[in-house]
Design a protein. Structure first.
Lengths: 171, 171, 171, 171, 171, 171
């Protein structure tokens, strides 16, 4: 299997915020954005692996900015690191400003997908080779996030999470 | 404001998995479950605060079990800890077994909501007093999760996250 | 087949009223509430019978109170009587008051479901044994309602509907 | 206000049965058909009254035939009797046979709507004058159904439901 | 195969404009109307051919009038000409005026469908015999439109489009 | 108003084909694709004009390839020519091949949008300056298509459609 770069899986999903997706303050429901990001991330994971993919986990997601009804929202997804059969997908969410037309960042999120065969068993996927500076930073962070995920799920002892532990020892 | 207990905000959302919500393996999309949990959590947050509430963040969510088309899924949400204007909501997801009728746990998730007034400004909310053993464990864990969230968002130094740091020093 | 009690099939479906479900007065469409109640009733029927179930009929439903956009609506369904292969499901609909947080009754409805096998043929289902006072009253009323349903469908002569006839002779 | 005939409010809604509307047997959910009939009936009520209309009640509905995925379903709604501000709407549901192209009757249903002003208060509506034989039969039956509805809602004593009582005395 | 007339395929789809289908001016999205017309046209094509049908093309569609939220919209579809395995479907869209109750024309559109077998291969369909004056005019125009479609798709040389060419030579 | 180039309005909408959007052959409904293209085109039109935009017309659209359930579909929209207040939007539709991962062209379409103010009146929009070879070809074709649209709508005499007429005289 030939290695790929993040650009190969890049997925852009630009769409409107429709009335059926908004809360009483006329902003996009957090849950709707989570669902859109899941669809975009699943396409990126499929582009990297050319396999059926299923959501394995969602990393911590913070909703820093509200997204008003009628907004143009762009979700951009790229594979940030490939493990044996799982992939970390990094998502950036942008909103177009109505006046200036400038896009500003609304959110970031990280999803993990697993590539499976027709009966749902994990399969090997190609390696990922980061290219840009940002891709390299995200690639490096992915291992730390994987350990955090295993610790939180009770599948790894905090003491064994060397990458993560360093974070707290550092200062 | 009178303090409340988790039972006061308990929200049960039982529903079917419909064909429009499934992936190529005929299982519920992760993103759809995230959206349902967001709606259930928002109702629990509203029941605790009697205010407009908006999603602030989603904690790490792992999808351990696939949920097949036609399943009966129950999402149960309860406020697990109340801060000044934000609330942590703990969600348990159950599936009915078709044969035995037994419910088995499919997922857990933790969302944070903020109570706001009509113009979107945070408002004070009642205190939460945990009652059962499980509620107390979740209440205690909430502070550690809040620190983790602040650290991940770059709003708190790892060294100041005392509750969290202890986790790694322990062993 | 072991007899069951109404509590075994109890199904709670709490959800928001979304903008796509409202009429020009910004209230929930009657038809949307009918569809939600059908889903909740089908789950209760499945929990009692552990079979595929299909809607057989809907009893008279009155919409006494309008349900505004953004409301929290709770549909609660329980099997009220089991016949050979059909079940009567009793539904109670509640709305949370935004100020006081009190739930108040918005509607009642009665659906009938039939349990079927994979080819759609009716199958035997467990007996139902009512427990609470309310469950016993609903259990007793179910026979009268079944007769009314058969009379209205032209499948029973009014004179043979003994339970129903009594209603009019009584006073 | 000029009287109208049933033809003036006749509403035809032909549409496909889509995958998102079907149950595990691949047939249209009862609840979806109830929602479609509600929309068709509301249009017929609006055409008669030229007012905002809200669902007041749904009469007994029997689902005699299943409606498979991909079917062409026609819902036809006509006002069958107008009272002071409420209207009874009679609905006929037809399915196209795939082979012969013949339409066959799948269901009948009766809904009641109330015409209201902008603040939700009932308003006077035009009289209805039935024309065909079938329209006259439905017009006559509407009074009996209204009494049944009032009796079931506990708003009329069975003894006062003269039209209804006759049904049981007849034989 | 017996020839049919346009009336045999006539399909009427009356429905409301719901909040989830409207743009920031509170009017029906053009794209939603295109989707409704596609469904109505597919039913008309199926009624003519009694076969599975797929959209082949959409002729030029102009949106002359906006359709506000809450409107009653009627889409009427009839086969206007049948070729070997393709059919032209003519659609008329009407809106009910809220005050007068009069229906006024909002749009016209022309879709082409192809009848296929279970594996997607085109099959022969019955001939169409127009009856009314309008049906004859639409029948005659269909050939010209077919040529235009072939020319635009680069499958016919403008010089061979005799019917179409005449249009420009005429005056 | 500063002139813009097509790249400034470029909009990419990549998404999955979900079960609720497919016909009996398990392919995307033509009408659903028309609706997606309308949303993508409206965003491109908004990015060019920074105004509210409404669909004015859809040019001839041919559906040459079916798009199966589960496909990854990319709709790409760019303004191809700006007139006084209307814009032509050119859309390219691509599908990912499941095996090779190659994207292949599935469709092309052309929509026209008009920029309006809050009360729906047309407003001036910036000029468009094409840059690439393809953009120049599309820019040139836009005038011919506008004439065709006016002729078909009966708003221009064929004899006055000089650009269009040339097409038929050419050979």
């Amino acid at each position: 299997m030939k290695a790929k770069c993040p650009e190969d899986s890049k997925t852009i999903m630009t769409d409107l915020v429709l009335p059926s997706e908004t809360n009483p303050l006329n902003n996009l429901f957090g849950g709707e954005l989570l669902a859109r990001m899941d669809r975009a991330a699943s396409i990126a994971a499929r582009r990297h692996s050319r396999r059926i993919v299923v959501t394995a986990s969602v990393n911590h997601v913070a909703f820093n900015r509200s997204v008003p009804l009628g907004s143009v929202v762009t979700v951009e997804a790229k594979v940030s690191r490939a493990f044996r059969s799982s992939m970390e997908i990094y998502l950036d969410v942008w909103i177009d400003d109505r006046e200036s037309g400038e896009r500003s960042r609304a959110n970031e999120a990280i999803y993990t997908f697993v590539a499976v065969d027709d009966s749902g068993r994990p399969v090997r996927i190609p390696e990922l080779i980061p290219e840009t500076e940002e891709e390299k930073i995200r690639f490096d962070g992915a291992l730390r996030r994987k350990q955090l995920s295993l610790v939180l799920a009770g599948k790894m002892k905090p003491a064994d999470a060397t990458e993560l532990k360093a974070l707290f020892d550092e200062k």
